[in-house]
Design a protein around this ligand. Structure first.
Ligand SMILES: [Zn+2]
Length: 280
């Protein structure tokens, strides 16, 4: 097999892993806000029947079952195959982002799977925040030390590529994000007399900074996230004449995903004064 052929085979493997992660994400999105166990595997929401593994093939099973439970024929939400397919797409994007076409080495392949895990966390955080208006600690502050460790291992191991920061940038970023966003939260709630910035958003920013570093990482994600939130909020106000409640968490998650996937190709045009390269 040619070297490029092998790259594509492994890219297909990354898509398959992404599809399975997408399937697991559906479980996480449904159960994490309710503090239910993530194991054992999937069950039907209507009749509770366990879903055997051969009926739990991402996307394909939904199509074969025509969107209905095999036991009770209750409709399966369309979000299930959508999240599965999204996982598969993110698997390919993470692979293409981290592994240059050519001979595949272990360090870059590992980076691709670390990025895929991070993107999967963003999908879960965004979906849960949209549905329940909470950001579970498991996806934010508890994940922070794990992400710091991953960044440190890659940095020490010699991986110096976008979007991975140096471990120093990650540690400083997490600290500055925590203190800075915490202060903004406290001050704005004192001034406004209500909670303007939830602690979930503060912890989310700390988690993002731990994986993306301070500059450009966390800084650009905050800017872009606020911009996305403002545009959606303003659009909603103009169309419906009513103020929308839009949690900050999903906007941060989307901008972090855009940053990691397109940060060094598209963002330099949007933020021309920021150096988009592995920093200090
Ligand atoms: Zn059922």
């Amino acid at each position: 097999m040619t070297i490029t052929g092998l790259w594509w085979v492994l890219a297909g493997f990354a898509v398959a892993i992404g599809l399975c992660i997408g399937s697991f994400l559906n479980v996480v999105i449904a159960r994490l806000p309710e503090d239910r166990s993530l194991l054992p595997g999937s069950a039907c929401d209507s009749c509770g029947a366990q879903i055997p593994i051969w009926r739990n093939i991402p996307v394909l099973s939904y199509l074969l079952l025509r969107g209905r439970c095999a036991s009770c024929a209750a409709p399966i939400p369309a979000s299930i195959p959508v999240v599965e397919a999204l996982g598969g797409a993110l698997g390919f994007l993470a692979w293409a982002r981290c592994v240059p076409v050519g001979p595949v080495d272990l360090l870059h392949a590992a980076a691709a799977f670390a990025l895929l895990g991070f993107l999967a966390m963003l999908v879960a955080a965004s979906e849960i925040d949209l549905r329940h208006r909470i950001l579970p600690d498991e996806l934010t502050i508890y994940a922070t030390p794990v992400l710091l460790l991953i960044v440190a291992v890659f940095d020490v191991g010699g991986l110096h590529m976008f979007p991975f920061p140096t471990w120093r940038s990650a540690v400083v970023g997490a600290g500055v994000a925590g203190v800075g966003m915490g202060a903004i939260g406290v001050i704005s709630s004192l001034l406004l007399g209500r909670e303007a910035l939830g602690w979930g958003d503060v912890k989310m920013t700390v988690m993002l900074a731990a994986f993306l570093g301070l500059i450009p990482g966390a800084f650009v994600v905050l800017m872009l996230g606020s911009m996305i939130g403002s545009v959606i909020g303003l659009g909603h106000l103009l169309v419906t004449r009513r103020r929308a409640y839009l949690p900050l968490g999903p906007c941060l998650a989307w901008s972090a995903a855009l940053y990691t996937l397109f940060g060094d190709t598209v963002f330099p045009y949007v933020f021309p004064n920021i150096q988009f390269a592995a920093g200090w």
